[in-house]
Design a protein around this ligand. Structure first.
Ligand code: ZN
Length: 129
């Protein structure tokens, strides 16, 4: 039986992190431009280096719960082999990047020890949430 006393954590929105390297940067640029043309999501800059728990360069997509059903299938069929992490935004960013994580392509070993078990500052949450 499931533990009914443990409520599901509240989800405030989602991030997708698109990983790239020097070789796959053109594909990542196409993907980012395609997203910008297709959805009113918030797109981060190409990091160019490792940031936080991400051990390789990436750019970030911030989107709402309502956008999930459109954005995630679009990423599935347009990722051109890029590895993408999709994670919910709850009050525990460690769980978000590990047990709650959804991967398109090959999972990347994240530096989970760089994060604390808490939520996100406002700039990392969807504005429409
Ligand atoms: Zn994130």
């Amino acid at each position: 039986m499931s533990d009914a006393s443990k409520a599901s954590p509240q989800i405030y929105g989602y991030h997708a992190h698109v990983y790239y390297d020097a070789e796959t940067l053109p594909a990542a640029e196409r993907l980012r431009a395609g997203l910008a043309a297709s959805f009113p999501v918030e797109l981060g800059a190409f990091s160019g280096a490792e940031v936080g728990p991400h051990p390789v360069p990436q750019f970030q997509i911030i989107f709402t719960k309502a956008q999930f059903q459109d954005v995630v299938p679009w990423l599935m069929v347009n990722r051109e082999g890029l590895d993408i992490l999709i994670h919910p935004l709850t009050d525990d960013m460690v769980d978000d990047h590990s047990v709650y994580a959804l991967w398109l392509g090959a999972p990347i070993a994240l530096k989970l020890h760089t994060m604390q078990r808490r939520g996100y500052r406002d700039a990392l949450l969807p504005k429409a949430a």
